[in-house]
Design a protein around this ligand. Structure first.
Ligand code: WTA
Length: 647
């Protein structure tokens, strides 16, 4: 078949599973989920074995999702303690610092155990109890993993806030989850630049309604401002506590973490993940999707501030007793060969990154890849956005030398782990397709208007899932109704992903991108409503509408239509000011790429902004504006087209 990539026979032989094995296991997973997941649950160490496996319904409005509900376990014990006997001296975490001249660290499972227990005792010393929330705002340092596992050990719920987020974004999250402690560091080095994270925390807490203690990891040793009280150095606190900390007994359904993510409306939602189902799902997907075998060195380049870092730097790999690499820096520092230098240095076996990074490196030329010995790499992975075939082929040819299967993994913060992905020894791949569902996952393609399930194999529509899987989010923190409304109201009986897709004649899925008002910038989710509310908070702005537009490296860029207040004059200086405003309001990833002055926005007679038209203009696609007859003032469209800035 045209452009079908088959895995090499020796890889298939050595793999956990081949195509027949996949077909058989998949069939059982969807025909007998109780039996399948009941067996798979044995991959975890339970304090109390679960007897009730699946208790889930997508029926609107009584959506309820419970897995292994009478089981008890501790996630940290599963990721650390149970490995001590067999692999205590094996490296659990390889830490590669930002600066190439600094030495990498190798943390064994035994050391990890001690560090996590001490960290957990420090949290207890600060008064943290089972069920309390702890916000983690750290750079990519091993302490981020210690902090996560320390929370899990004592039953506290962590919520990681990406260190690139602004003080305001941090404050909103601290307030929403009512955090008892915020864990941060003095400085955060990244790409040769250092951010003073403690300063950001200080600013955030001025605006926050909460009064959490702040625990500070010493990373850079730079000067930082202490608040008058409530600030503690981790290393000083650790001197006061012992390293014995028995793991708390947790119910499988107890929340493990909250992770805030952008939706199409309102403020970011606190996605809640469970202890049992989530961990099991992270572990099984890590094993099968990456064909992970004992002794492999696994590298996921994401930040732990995103779900990818949660599931595939920390929980999945550590549950499987893997060696997981954690990288503090960026792909282009000190030069565009950093990823490959690091793969060579640490003999990485599975390498997992985002299409935006691949495109950026592709743009720098092959010379940065050549010269490095990448023969240790067996599997390549991508995540975060659709990968264009050009980037796929470059990854395959230049990095993988045509011998490494590429797993294009489709999933979401909400799903906990991969839902649609090739398995290396089982699934022939096609550039740009996430291929076929993981075990237990029942994708359906719905007609967006009629909500009818498209039965024929080759079809197109919106992507939904017909039944629950263990890694599924359980609720929105503090707002279950929002959870039900966001994911289950529009298409009754299904989990609606928010993505559009095409299914080809081989049953392969091709994700076409978001169908809601979420955009995907460098693989990071951004709600257009968030950027809009930041813009209108600026005194010069009266109204704003934000859409995505195709961007060569970022996948999508942020395109803003801005209407100014009476008396305000458009200028280049104001463009810069608004860009800086949004950047400091939300964070650097939200900085608008394009600002177009819009004396008026296209609206329906009832006052609804017609985003479809704004998207088309941003895409430079004026030929297919569709029906504009319902517009209140059709001439505003002509004005916007005539004045569209060059991009
Ligand atoms: C997009 C990241 C195409 C998609 C794990 C999804 C993808 C959103 C892929 C979730 C992929 C993620 N192919 N699109 N392989 N992976 N997406 O929550 O639009 O940050 O809905 O989770 O990213 O982004 P999130």
């Amino acid at each position: 078949m045209k452009d079908m990539h088959e895995p090499a026979p020796d890889l298939v032989r050595a793999a956990h599973i081949d195509s027949d094995g996949y077909a058989e296991m998949y069939a059982r997973s969807v025909n007998d989920p109780e039996g399948f997941w009941g067996d798979e649950a044995k991959r975890l160490d339970w304090i109390t074995q679960p007897t009730k496996i699946k208790n889930t319904t997508f029926a609107y409005p009584d959506v309820s999702i419970k897995w292994f509900e009478d089981g008890e376990l501790n996630v940290a014990a599963n990721c650390v303690d149970r490995h001590l006997e067999t692999r205590g001296d094996q490296t659990a975490i390889i830490w590669e610092p930002d600066d190439v001249s600094d030495e990498a660290q190798h943390i064994t499972y035994r050391e990890l155990h001690t560090r996590v227990c001490k960290f957990a005792n420090v949290l207890k010393e600060l008064g943290v109890k089972k069920g309390d929330r702890v916000v983690i705002y750290l750079p990519m340092i091993p302490e981020a993993a210690y902090a996560m596992l320390a929370c899990a050990r004592i039953g506290a719920i962590h919520s990681i806030v990406f260190a690139g987020f602004s003080p305001d974004a941090l404050a909103n999250r601290v307030d929403d989850c009512e955090a008892k402690v915020v864990i941060t560091s003095d400085g955060a080095p990244r790409g040769g630049r250092v951010t003073n994270l403690k300063d950001n925390v200080n600013q955030a807490l001025v605006h926050s309604a909460e009064d959490p203690a702040v625990l500070i990891v010493k990373r850079t040793g730079q000067q930082i401002a202490f608040r008058s009280n409530g600030d503690y150095w981790l290393h000083e606190m650790e001197e006061k506590v012992g390293d014995d900390c028995p793991p708390e007994t947790m119910n499988a359904e107890d929340p493990l973490f909250i992770l805030y993510t952008s939706g199409s409306t309102g403020k970011p939602k606190g996605v809640v993940h469970s202890s049992g189902g989530y961990l099991l799902y992270a572990a099984i997907t890590h094993q099968y999707t990456f064909d992970y075998h004992d002794g492999d060195v696994f590298w996921c380049t994401a930040d732990v501030g995103w779900v990818t870092g949660h599931s595939y730097i920390v929980y999945g790999p550590l549950a499987n007793g893997a060696t997981t690499l954690m990288f503090e820096g960026v792909p282009t520092y000190p030069d565009a060969g950093r990823f490959w230098a690091c793969c060579e240095k640490h003999k990485v076996n599975q390498f997992y990154t985002a299409p935006t990074a691949i495109r950026a490196l592709m743009g720098k030329g092959t010379s940065f890849v050549e010269g490095y010995d990448l023969s240790s790499i067996r599997i390549l992975g991508t995540v975060g956005e659709p990968i264009n075939p050009e980037a796929w082929n470059w990854y395959n040819d230049v990095v993988g030398k045509g011998r490494c299967p590429i797993v294009d993994t489709w999933w979401q913060t909400e799903t906990g782990g991969h839902l649609i992905t090739p398995l290396p020894g089982a699934t022939p791949t096609k550039p740009g397709s996430a291929t076929t569902p993981f075990f237990g996952v029942r994708p359906v393609v719905l007609d967006p208007q009629t909500a009818v399930v498209q039965e024929e194999t080759a079809t197109e529509g919106v992507l939904a899932i017909a039944d629950s899987w263990p890694g599924q989010m359980r609720t929105v923190w503090g707002d279950h109704e929002r959870f039900v409304k966001t994911y289950f109201e529009q298409y009754k009986g299904y989990y609606f992903s928010g993505d559009g897709c095409r299914r080809d004649e081989d049953g392969y899925y091709w994700i076409t991108g978001r169908v809601d008002d979420v955009i995907n910038v460098s693989g990071h989710r951004m709600g257009t409503a968030e950027v809009e509310s930041s813009l209108v908070a600026h005194p010069a702005v009266s109204e704003a509408a934000v859409v995505g537009y195709p961007h060569e490296v970022k996948g999508q860029g942020i395109y803003c239509y801005v209407t100014l207040m009476e008396g305000q004059e458009p200028s280049d200086a104001l463009v810069k000011e608004l860009q800086t405003h949004v950047r400091s309001d939300i964070g650097p990833i939200a900085k608008p790429d394009v600002i177009q002055w819009a004396p008026g926005l296209p609206k329906t007679r009832s006052g609804k902004i017609m985003r479809r038209i704004l998207r088309k203009i941003a895409e430079n696609d004026f030929g297919s504006l569709g029906d504009t007859s319902t517009l209140a003032e059709p001439e505003v469209v002509d004005h916007l087209i005539a004045n569209r800035p060059q991009t």
